[in-house]
Design a protein around this ligand. Structure first.
Ligand code: GAP
Length: 514
């Protein structure tokens, strides 16, 4: 665990050192849970967004995009349920004066059970070797069986309390399980209270009568309130989808784990409108398709899993998360939700406008049902970045830090380097850059030894380094170095474009999804 934390710290430090992610307002000591993306980070982030956008809108002829405003009429958030129910249960410790999410305290407590169980299982697996049967061990080993049954009992109580919105019971679990404040170490807890996560601000001058508005906590509502506009102007026929990428804001209380939980973040959401009664078919479709999108990146199939929800929001009839193995365990990256006709019906009720679809095949009007896919750009960034990071020991005692980013997402695709700064090599290298730059993010680098230049590119995940040497002047060839294998091959300058395109284009990645 400590080792994992160390690796995570190194990943965060690397993100800063190489211009991927900076703490917001750093020169003023930072703003908690708000981050800025640097020169390399913004490119990686844009490539992630492009991969999602093109997968949605190019590969599905019945999905179109929109870009709705962050500010929306405040009644939208009343209709969506966010004003009344977008809450976190909070508890304070009277000694440390710190505030916590009661559900997170209990989840962390449950994770400790899991850690203990896993430790026992790993020890036994080593002892028994190949003949080890995990299931049998967990049910027969008295210590593990006891841990599992205690864990399950707490989990069941917790799930019920969350489902019933029972704040007293949440507090009671914290008391009964003797959960202590990680800072003061005491159990001096207040009652649990609800806290709304939306940021509020005012629009218009006071003389006009300022209106309270919210910074949107999700992009989805911008899609729902534009459903009719898009359906009518785009002559869309059900089933069809509307996709959107944009910022969302939540006043998260437990803000930690770097860009995993932020107060200002970005979402990529798609609402797919279907006939009532067909939602489970489409839920299954999107569940499978979205997993395919993730796995096509090649980060490792074993790093993904589904987490089907036991506890459903009152408007949902099915929900699952796609979880990714982060340096701090499996965590939600994306949610896929069957939201019934809840949102459109609510907006119909609150706006007084008819929001329906006339289905020519059925010759009937109905309120469409909705399947939503909702993924956080920043969490996606973190999963790609963290799982690409490797500290490698090389032959001869040397070492390097390399980011094995999927080539299509890498901020820089190739770096062109003259071996020496003379004899016409820089000029030829510049010519190559000037040719490649129209299709690929290409850098020119002539500073330091060639080894140092390679390391710099490895550290930001550049898939190719192209070295121009004296032979290049004679026969029009260069060395092409591959980031992951560090192998070098001699190729014609004239072939560079085709070789690089074959490896780094988004097109190749998108084709895997078809
Ligand atoms: N419209 C549905 C919706 O917003 P959600 O599960 O609350 O559902 C969807 O959020 C995704 O947005 C999450 O899976 C996560 O990737 C991302 N997300 C949510 N809160 C976040 C936060 N505070 N920081 C970063 N990403 C967040």
């Amino acid at each position: 665990m400590a080792q994992q934390e160390d690796v995570f710290k190194k990943i965060v430090a690397h993100a800063k050192e190489y211009g991927f992610v900076f703490q917001s307002s750093e020169i003023y000591d930072g703003l908690s849970a708000v981050y800025d993306y640097g020169q390399n980070g913004v490119e990686l982030k844009n490539n992630i967004k492009r991969y999602w956008w093109e997968a949605m809108t190019l590969l599905h002829e019945n999905i179109v995009g929109i870009d709705s405003a962050i500010f929306m009429h405040p009644t939208i958030w009343k209709a969506s349920g966010h004003v009344d129910a977008f809450n976190d249960p909070l508890i304070d410790n009277r000694d440390s004066k710190k505030r916590y999410r009661a559900d997170v305290l209990i989840e962390d407590h449950l994770a400790k059970f899991d850690e203990k169980i896993n430790k026992e299982v790993e020890k036994a697996a080593k002892r028994f070797g190949e003949s080890f049967d995990r299931e049998m061990f967990c049910s027969t080993n008295a210590r593990v069986a006891d841990l599992v049954s205690r864990r399950d009992a707490v989990h069941d109580r917790f799930a019920k309390a969350m489902n019933d919105n029972d704040l007293n019971e949440l507090r009671q679990i914290i008391i009964d399980e003797e959960i202590v404040d990680p800072i003061s170490g005491t159990k001096n807890w207040t009652d649990v209270r609800q806290f709304n996560l939306m940021f509020r601000t005012e629009m218009g001058s006071t003389a006009d009568g300022a209106m309270n508005v919210y910074l949107r906590p999700e992009t989805a509502q911008g899609i729902f309130v534009n459903y009719l506009n898009v359906q009518k102007t785009g002559r869309m026929r059900i089933p069809f989808g509307i996709a959107q990428i944009g910022k969302a804001f939540r006043n998260e209380i437990v803000a930690r784990q770097f860009i995993f939980r932020m107060r200002e973040f970005e979402q990529m959401e798609m609402q797919f409108f279907v006939r009532p009664g067909e939602e489970m078919k489409w839920f299954a479709y999107w569940k499978e398709w979205r997993m395919r999108w993730h796995k096509a990146l090649g980060l490792g199939d074993e790093k993904y899993r589904y987490h089907d929800h036991d506890k459903l929001a009152h408007y949902a009839n099915a929900a699952t998360d796609i979880e990714f193995l982060m340096p701090f365990g499996f965590k939600e990256v994306e949610g896929i939700h069957s939201r019934t006709d809840f949102d459109l019906s609510q907006h119909e009720k609150y706006s007084g406008k008819k929001i329906q679809y006339f289905d020519p095949e059925l010759n009937a009007n109905y309120t469409p049902y909705v399947i939503e896919t909702s993924i956080g750009v920043d969490r996606m960034f973190l999963s790609v970045f963290a799982s690409s990071y490797e500290e490698q020991k090389l032959e001869g005692g040397d070492s390097r830090v390399v980011l094995h980013l999927p080539a299509a997402l890498a901020p820089v695709k190739c770096a062109v380097m003259p071996l020496v700064k003379k004899d016409g090599l820089p000029e030829l290298a510049r010519d190559i850059v000037n040719d490649l730059k129209f299709d690929f993010a290409t850098r020119y680098d002539e500073k330091d030894s060639i080894g140092k230049r390679y390391r710099r590119q490895d550290a930001i995940g550049t898939p190719f380094c192209i070295t121009v040497d004296h032979q290049s002047l004679e026969d029009g060839t260069v060395t092409l170095r591959h980031r992951d294998s560090m192998e070098q091959e001699r190729v014609k300058i004239a072939d560079l474009h085709t070789i690089i395109h074959g490896q780094v284009s988004l097109n190749a990645l998108l084709r895997k999804l078809n």
